[in-house]
Design a protein around this ligand. Structure first.
Ligand code: F6P
Length: 528
């Protein structure tokens, strides 16, 4: 079932026509209670949806659509451990990693006991590294932690460590090696002392070529300096493939495992978050989890019209389907949240970038947005020209913690003023008098939709809430579209071909199209 099969969809098609000639800015006067309906709150969050070209009736019909596709059941199926990742026959329970006071089950087995044990073990290691009791092989304190991982095993910890810099221990530096580009490892390793470095191999599957290659490079680097006996003291891992991590030379006690019910891009709440846990400590990490759990409860229990992730998904769907605005700019007005767009690219585009439904049938409507973004105000001096005057309309998410973690108010006021102004400008536009010079060039058509997400302050709790909001928005969109948000077969073909081409670069070139053959041969020629 997807939204196009609902009765509400037919009604929305008609209703949408009534709105075509209206301007968003005029809807405020037309609807006395517009702000009550389109501004939602949760804890320290306010989300203002009112700058979207949507009215009360449309929202009402969209909520009815959500009833018809039975989002409620989709949420319950997820929380009850049903195998909603149907292609891979897996449950989806990243929520179990952060609702530690509840018991979750998969195939009748209580997975929460293991989750709590693993978290305790992680906290012990993190505390030891933070207080200097857990040392390297030669007894020296750990000063640098290197995360080796890619995709979900990289983006979450990196984004969150940057976001929570104010909560981070100053005694340890954090580094990330993700790309298989040799420069990536070299840039990090050249700054390190083997005796004081801890490597975390972060790979759910332990089959990801980039990560295994980088792990081997780092292992060789360490062995050259401290000998093979030192590996156990300088390498730990987050993985659901414990035997493979053991083969790498790691003791089981140093491998923090998790189940296949945690998808890579939903995994920062558990062992994948180990670098973050070391950075911010147990108390703050638990607050992050608690923040996400607040949103989990809200998602499960709140009526659709007040349910933040559901309304976010419904507004997205409205923009994509009815206004032909299929792409999304994520614009955090926060240097701390600068990596949020990159994080959300994987979350949203790997989850929703599908063109068959969960039933295997082709889909004939637009699915994933092209998601991009940059921290404000830097983006304003880069791509905002296109947001305001480009011929393609893009939906925007403006996001800001209101109180700066620096305590400053002067620059912060400017920052927030810019954000509010951008959202206003996108909506109201500007029509200069025809007599004005360059009037056509100074015209802003306006009516460009945006959501504004304000939180009081960026803390571990509000970061947890923010990420969980986007996770559930993504799942709610997938339910509306009838797609499986939790597989990612689209990454496989390129990986498979790369394995063959890698061999050909060192041997005989096989059969390819002329373009690919030319590229392989040119690389071979340059390499020699
Ligand atoms: O990009 C494909 C993917 O499987 C992601 O979903 C995942 O986050 C990433 O690769 C890394 O996978 P792993 O943690 O298994 O190394």
């Amino acid at each position: 079932m997807n939204y196009t099969k609902t009765d509400a969809f037919l009604k929305l098609k008609k209703h949408h026509e009534l709105l075509t000639d209206q301007r968003t800015a005029d809807l405020f006067a037309a609807e006395a209670d517009r702000m009550d309906k389109l501004v939602l709150t949760l804890d320290d969050f306010i989300i203002d949806f009112s700058k979207n070209k949507i009215d009360k009736r449309a929202l009402e019909l969209l909520c009815r659509m959500a009833e018809e596709v039975d989002i409620k059941k989709g949420v319950q199926d997820m929380l009850n451990g049903r195998k909603i990742n149907s292609t891979e026959k897996r449950a989806v329970l990243h929520t179990a990693l952060r609702n530690l006071d509840k018991d979750f089950h998969v195939d009748g087995v209580n997975i929460s006991l293991g989750i709590r044990d693993t978290l305790n073990a992680m906290c012990k290691l993190a505390e030891g590294v933070r207080n200097g009791m857990t040392t390297g092989y030669t007894g020296k304190r750990i000063m640098d932690v290197v995360n080796i991982g890619i995709g979900g095993s990289y983006l979450g910890p990196k984004m969150a460590i940057r976001a929570l810099d104010k909560f981070k221990t100053p005694l340890i530096n954090f580094h990330f090696i993700a790309n298989v580009d040799p420069v990536s490892a070299e840039r990090v390793l050249k700054r390190l002392d083997a005796e004081t470095t801890l490597f975390i191999v972060n790979s759910k599957s332990w089959t990801t070529d980039e990560t295994l290659t980088n792990a081997a490079v780092c292992r060789e680097w360490l062995v050259e300096r401290l000998g093979v006996e030192a590996v156990g003291a300088h390498f730990v891992a987050a993985s659901s493939n414990v035997p493979a991590a053991n083969d790498f030379g790691l003791l089981s006690a140093n491998v923090f495992g998790f189940g296949d019910y945690v998808g890579g891009r939903y995994s920062m709440w558990g062992p994948v978050g180990l670098p973050l846990l070391i950075a911010i400590g147990e108390k703050n990490f638990l607050e992050l989890l608690a923040g996400a759990a607040v949103v989990d409860r809200h998602f499960a229990d709140t009526p659709f019209e007040k349910n933040l992730p559901v309304v976010m998904a419904l507004v997205d769907l409205w923009n994509i389907e009815f206004l032909n605005i299929g792409d999304l700019a994520v614009l955090p007005y926060s240097t701390e949240l600068a990596l949020l767009p990159a994080y959300l690219q994987q979350l949203v585009m790997e989850s929703l970038g599908k063109s068959v439904g969960a039933d295997g049938e082709p889909i004939d409507f637009a699915t994933s947005p092209l998601l991009f973004g940059q921290e404000g105000t830097c983006g304003q001096h880069s791509f905002y020209q296109m947001l305001h005057q480009g011929s393609k309309k893009i939906a925007c998410d403006f996001i800001a913690p209101v109180i700066s973690s620096t305590g400053d108010t002067r620059s912060q006021r400017k920052l927030l003023a810019n954000m509010v102004a951008q959202a206003e400008a996108l909506m109201i536009g500007q029509k200069p008098a025809e007599t004005e010079p360059n009037a056509a060039f100074r015209t802003f058509v306006g009516d460009r939709p945006s959501n504004t997400i304000l939180m009081r302050k960026l803390t571990p709790k509000t970061l947890g809430m923010l990420i969980a909001l986007y996770e559930h928005r993504t799942y709610a969109t997938a339910l509306l579209m009838g797609i499986n948000a939790f597989d990612q077969f689209g990454v496989e073909l390129g990986k498979k071909l790369a394995m063959g081409i890698e061999k050909e670069l060192a041997g005989t070139v096989g059969a390819h199209d002329p373009s690919t053959t030319l590229l392989i041969n040119t690389i071979k020629e340059f390499i020699q």
